[in-house]
Design a protein around this ligand. Sequence first.
Ligand code: 6GU
Length: 249
Amino acid sequence: MRLDVITLFPDYLAPLELSLIGKARREGLVDLVVHDLRDHTHDRHRTVDDTPLGGGAGMVMKPEPWAEAFAAVRDRGQEGLGADVEPLIVFPNPAGTPFVQATAQEWSHCEWIVFACGRYEGIDERVYEHLADAGYEIALASLGDYVLNGGEVAVLAMTEAVVRLVPGVVGNAESLVEESHSDGMLEYPLYTRPAAWHDPVGVVREAPGILLSGDHGRIAAWRREQSVLRTGRRRPDLLGPADGDGAPD
Ligand code: 6GU
């Protein structure tokens, strides 16, 4: 998988050198390149923003640096991947469609994703029109209903969610099957040794006995039940709309 990130703050993406993603990069499973948008300006002040046409607060990102950056990133990527390969261009944006586990699953099959990190109030709308007319596939994706200062933190989150699903990146593929959201529900509670833990205030906390029973069928059933209970308590929205008639189930 090839990933490009276009940003005004390349240092923000430094954590992508670490841990699982860093290892995937060193092993050649992921080729990730970070680009400074300011390298695609040509004035003395390296200007990337201007005041909004029509007035209003804040600043808007100018279209020219973006168009030049996309062309450069596309040319460089196609040198490696072939001229027939086109990227998915992702704009992290609080006004986008929600980025969920299914999005991560879908994107984990992409050969090439370009993340374009906006800052300030946003990017001139004509950039999106230009890219769509040029035949690019574009996605606006949001992490959730709150506002970050820019797309960089969202790219860190999206990249981690996507890259860990790329085959070979997570050593034990089975651990991807049982985790929260993989089946639309929250994960069951986990325990390890000691089976009876004396906590710091002297309370003896026993792990559920069924986990020591060796009965894998009953353990699986207990875990499913715990998943449903936990999802109902914490995230009832994931269990689908309530029928609302008040009658017993
Ligand atoms: Cl993807 N970007 C920004 N700037 N803010 C966000 C977001 C993305 N997701 C939630 N808030």
